[in-house]
Design a binder for this molecule. Structure first.
Ligand SMILES: NC(=O)c1ccc[n+]([C@@H]2O[C@H](COP(=O)([O-])OP(=O)(O)OC[C@H]3O[C@@H](n4cnc5c(N)ncnc54)[C@H](O)[C@@H]3O)[C@@H](O)[C@H]2O)c1
Length: 347
């Protein structure tokens, strides 16, 4: 066993384990030598020897659809996949979302294992069991919960990731650690300085574990992990996904801080350092569509009728969900907070 860290995650549909360490991916392939694999097409060469059991998908937002999940289900049937088999998913959040949805539906539920290959997948999305599919022009509109049976986090996958994608994954790890409290955030900063990737991923996942176990179905505490996300999702849409999710979360955290008026200097300084890894940011941000941004802010799933709900920094390094009237004044404040955050990252 090459895992350096292990986590045991409790969920109502079954417990699952997370193994973190170099070599864990090859171990999984050996352990589950007969099972079908769905993988990001980027890994076609790496999975050459497993070709006969591997289905390759493009990791592109336009393919993260109900249709893609249906096509995967059909291809699993073509491979003769039976109820007792296990699907192995290899890729970032796009492959995870399609695999979760397809596995949850195939013959009313197929067990699956997940090897995240992006830092965002490793440090955040690989636990929690959510799927989110795009429907028409709506991102992440449809989804369900179907946790994997095993997650293997093999940091060797990080080696081929572009710098910006690494920084984007760190934005999520930063956010989770901050949400867990001042001690967890300080520890995250230490691990970041040390450069110990496996330990940092373990730290972020252990922090997220608390939220998903105390509130598996996202009704109370887990909602706090949406810190920065109302701004981030809307910014992604307003730049036609020219700014990726992780970097948008970094900017979203800065915007939430600006909106709240509770300074969080260590968080803001670190978020700015991470966001600086993105190339050409001024060009990508200056062309953003303010109307699309506004519409996307208002369509956030967290809002209630009549109110916009935001997760914001609060006193003493805490964060809290707050609600504001769904009116022109709130929208103007949200736009102004984003403008302020952007001004600090492109300065
Ligand atoms: N289900 C969840 O809980 C959850 C949580 C957060 C985000 N998401 C979703 O995840 C998606 C974003 O996922 P993501 O950022 O992890 O990546 P991704 O799946 O969107 O992939 C991004 C790019 O990175 C490439 N890539 C993947 N691994 C690589 C590697 N090791 N080396 C080089 N290139 C690699 C892919 O081929 C692709 O071109 C969004 O659709 C988002 O909505 C889901």
């Amino acid at each position: 066993m090459s895992a350096r860290f292990n986590l045991a995650i409790h969920s109502s549909s079954g417990d699952y384990d997370v193994r973190i360490g170099h070599g864990t991916f090859d171990e999984l392939l050996t352990e589950r030598a007969e099972d079908p694999i769905v993988a990001d097409a980027f890994f076609a060469d790496r999975l050459q020897r497993e070709q006969a059991r591997t289905l390759l998908l493009p990791a592109e937002e336009e393919h993260k659809t109900l249709g893609a999940a249906a096509a995967l289900i059909e291809r699993l049937r073509d491979l003769g996949t039976a109820r007792g088999d296990e699907l192995i998913a290899v890729g970032g959040g796009i492959i995870q979302d399609v695999a979760t949805a397809a596995a949850s539906l195939y013959m009313r539920g197929l067990a699956w294992s997940y090897a995240p290959t992006t830092l965002l997948g490793m440090a955040d999305s690989c636990i929690g069991g959510k799927s989110s599919l795009n429907v028409g022009r709506y991102k992440n509109l449809a989804g369900n919960f179907h946790p994997p049976k095993t997650v293997v986090v093999d940091p060797t996958f990080i080696d081929t990731l572009p710098e910006e994608d690494r920084a984007g994954g760190l934005c999520e790890a930063m956010k989770i650690s901050y949400c867990r409290g001042p001690e967890a955030f300080d520890r995250y900063l230490e691990l970041y300085e040390d450069g110990d990737q496996a330990a940092l991923i373990h730290h972020a996942l252990a922090a997220k574990q608390w939220f998903i176990e105390v509130d598996e179905f996202d009704r109370a505490e887990r909602r706090l992990l949406n810190f920065g996300h109302t701004f981030a999702h809307a910014l992604e849409a307003a730049t036609r996904f020219g700014v990726g999710h992780g970097i948008a979360v970094g900017i979203g955290v800065l915007a939430a801080e600006a909106f709240a008026g509770h300074p969080a200097p260590a968080l803001a300084a670190h978020a700015r350092t991470l966001v600086a890894a993105a190339d050409d940011l001024p060009a990508r941000l200056e062309g953003r569509d303010r109307d699309v941004f506004e519409a996307a802010v208002l369509s956030d799933k967290k809002h209630s009728h009549g109110h916009v709900h935001l997760i914001l920094p609060a006193a003493g390094g805490a964060i809290a969900e707050q609600r504001f009237p769904r009116d022109a004044q709130t929208i103007a404040r949200v736009q102004a907070a984003l403008d302020e955050a952007i001004a600090t990252v492109i300065a």
